[in-house]
Design a protein around this ligand. Structure first.
Ligand SMILES: NC(=O)c1ccc[n+]([C@@H]2O[C@H](COP(=O)([O-])OP(=O)(O)OC[C@H]3O[C@@H](n4cnc5c(N)ncnc54)[C@H](OP(=O)(O)O)[C@@H]3O)[C@@H](O)[C@H]2O)c1
Length: 322
């Protein structure tokens, strides 16, 4: 079957090892189902995988892709929850030390078919297209958990979203503004700042700009390039939720300011199946949808990877099988 995969990794030149070609059909063990993929969305995770982050050589070749929506063996339209926990694990699967995402231990979603545990299938409502549904399991679920489970932001608060136009960041802006939270964002380019306003942000600033006021919470996925600004933008007692470090680990970590102002730095990773169901319910009740920049046939996936590696995204790239 057609798949996007890598047989080696390259920390310095990830696109060199990106391969689009034939891979064997998935084998579904007991309790798993084979899903016919109708759409799959690209995440920064896929670039990290090509660099070898979380993907050691002994697991190669590996089909990339965490997110998918498709049709299961019984003909049901499904969204694939990407966090694969140990069969013995119960409770919040993001805390399972043995958890992995699709494409880390098990073959990923950038293929015609993917095998997943049956308990990882979530019903896709008819109101969401396959392309929209395929954006939810990683970027949008991560944003949902950062906001509502980890940082516990509530209506009436003001938050800052750093790097406004990435997959997670656009989801943060849309979900938070739909939930009655005032959203300020930073983005590097003027057109990206304008897009963030169109998505629901109240104000958009250049990176590092002084804000009109300090905020209740900051949502971080950028890391080194924005960390100091994030810490300096918080009210005393404020919270910084971090789920990514695209530009690397910050130095200094701003510890003095963190303890003196009693700030909370809160890690967040992916989300649970229950949170994915609640995210779908929120999207339906508020009528919000993922921001999709391009829909590309899987055979042309390299175009999407190049746009992401070049930092040119305004939302999500979705691969389809049309
Ligand atoms: N922990 C988890 O479960 C989890 C889940 C999803 C994602 N992540 C991580 O979160 C990060 C974002 O993922 P994504 O899929 O949303 O990636 P993406 O779509 O490629 O977005 C990249 C983001 O990084 C910003 N950015 C890149 N370089 C920058 C720089 N030099 N200065 C300022 N901003 C910069 C961009 O901001 P502009 O708007 O300014 O261009 C954009 O918002 C990745 O590191 C990813 O691994 C983690």
């Amino acid at each position: 079957m057609l798949a996007v995969f890598c047989s080696e990794t390259d920390p310095g030149d990830p696109l060199r090892v990106l391969t689009i070609g034939d891979r064997p059909e998935p084998e579904a063990p007991d309790g798993w189902s084979t899903v016919t993929v109708r759409a799959a969305s690209l995440n920064h995770h896929d670039l990290w995988s090509l660099r070898g982050v979380g993907l050691p050589d002994d697991r190669l070749p590996m089909i990339l892709g965490c997110d998918a929506a498709g049709v299961d063996e019984d003909g049901n339209e499904v969204i694939v929850h990407s966090v694969i926990s140990d069969p013995s694990w119960s409770g919040d699967e993001t805390f399972d030390p043995k958890r992995s995402l699709l494409s880390e231990r098990h073959q990923g979603t950038f293929a015609e078919r993917v095998a997943v545990p049956r308990r990882n299938l979530v019903a896709k409502p008819a109101e969401l297209s396959f392309a929209e549904a395929a954006c939810l399991p990683t970027a949008w679920l991560t944003a949902y958990r950062m906001l509502f489970t980890r940082a516990r932001v509530v209506p009436g608060m003001t938050i800052l979203v750093q790097g406004a136009t990435g997959g997670v960041a656009t989801a943060l802006t849309v979900l938070a503004s739909a939930a009655g939270i005032r959203v300020w964002v930073t983005a590097r380019a003027a057109d990206k700042r304008q897009q963030a306003i169109e998505l629901g942000a109240e104000q958009a600033f250049e990176p590092g700009a002084q804000l009109p006021d300090r905020v209740d919470a900051v949502m971080e996925t950028v890391g080194k390039a924005t960390w100091a600004h994030s810490i300096r933008s918080l009210k005393p007692g404020g919270a910084l939720a971090v789920s990514g470090a695209t530009t690397g680990d910050p130095s200094p970590a701003e510890l003095t300011r963190i303890f003196f102002l009693q700030l909370s730095v809160i890690g967040s990773t992916m989300g649970t199946r229950d949170e994915l169901e609640r995210l779908v319910a929120l999207m339906l009740s508020r009528g919000v949808r993922p921001t999709i920049q391009h829909t590309i046939p899987l055979a042309d996936a390299r175009e999407g990877f190049e746009a992401m590696a070049g930092g040119q995204l305004l939302g999500k790239i979705v691969f389809t099988h049309d």
